[in-house]
Write a protein that binds this ligand. Sequence first.
Ligand code: B12
Ligand code: SF4
Ligand code: SF4
Length: 311
Amino acid sequence: MDSTSLKELIKASAIKLGFQKVGFASTQLPIQIASSNLSKWFAAGNHATMYWMEKRQEERGDIQKYFPEAKSVISLAMNYYHGQSSNVIKGDYKFSNYAWGDDYHDIIKKKLYLLGQVIHDHYPEAKIIACNDTSPIMEKVWAQRAGLGWQGKHTNLITRDYGSWVFLGELITDIEIDPDLPFHDDLCGSCTACIDACPTQALEPYDLDARKCISYLTIEHRGELPLEHKHKLDGWIFGCDACQDVCPWNKKFTQSSIEQAFKPRTDIVNKSLENWSELTEEEFRITFKNSPVKRTKYAGLLRNIEANINK
Ligand code: B12
Ligand code: SF4
Ligand code: SF4
């Protein structure tokens, strides 16, 4: 099978598997500006305590260091928006859209392996790596390179047709596939809605300071919350969507996800204020089985709830 037919087959198979967007980028052109921005980001301490990121900084900034044989990146996006606003929880708490249902890592990884199998059926010798979130690559940068969208001022990748409510995933391969055109436009224009809406001023245009970001504080941060931020969670108990909720591209172009696994769990939606405050470890285990919320652990979620009560 030639490279053009392979590209068509990958696109068709990806859509069949439930991805909404597919694009191709060549690894032969280095991601120099992004890599230099990444170094500046670390130097400024913007990664907070995410030392796991810093440890693999070289690979993040240079895909050949992660996978020396890499020739092409197949970038994929999956819509996860199910139309439930963060305010739907009865107890004044807010919960980010990405965490209403099953853990996206499990769903997307499985689909990436299936897509990799389609390639292997025709190129049995091909080397392929599946990436989703945890791999040391800059996923948003590769998605922009592959033509999927642009990085908005809130730093997330925005697509024209689904806004920024998309998860990203990639297959990196040693097969040379014709690249698509990068997404060159920045469609943010003079808008600053995300920056104005951020409750903790964590954003400057295209730059996020994780030390102030509620998403970092409620998910990634371990132990006590820093005193200066403890009382600024603004109702969020897991993640934060404030900057994405106000984005005009998300207001105009949301579509409901076809992935049933991302549907809000009724057990989360129906919890009242009392239910959340009295959440036991056993309830946490049942409610958040196979959910991304496991990452913050029971103690972390309780810490977030308490910080919101004792404002
Ligand atoms: C670390 C991380 C976080 C950290 C830091 C976020 C961040 N913006 O870096 C924290 C914990 C805060 C976080 C939060 C969230 N995350 Co996160 N996170 C990641 C991760 C693992 C790495 C991102 C990274 O490399 N950061 C380093 C910095 C330097 O990168 P950057 O912000 O993209 O930096 C660019 C800008 O600074 C830019 N720049 C700097 N100056 C200038 C100037 C100009 C003019 C321009 C144009 C650009 C520019 O250059 C850099 C490179 O392009 C990725 C997965 C991955 N492997 O890529 C997921 C990922 C980015 N996260 C994701 C999600 C869903 C979220 C949340 C929405 C979850 C939530 N609801 O709580 C929030 C969003 C918060 C936000 N506003 O960004 C998705 C985003 C999908 C998308 N559509 O973009 C990803 C891609 C995971 C996935 N596979 O789907 N996340
Ligand atoms: S996720 Fe929340 S705290 Fe973080 S930058 Fe966006 S609005 Fe600010
Ligand atoms: S809110 Fe405005 S500035 Fe922010 S990402 Fe969306 S369009 Fe860009």
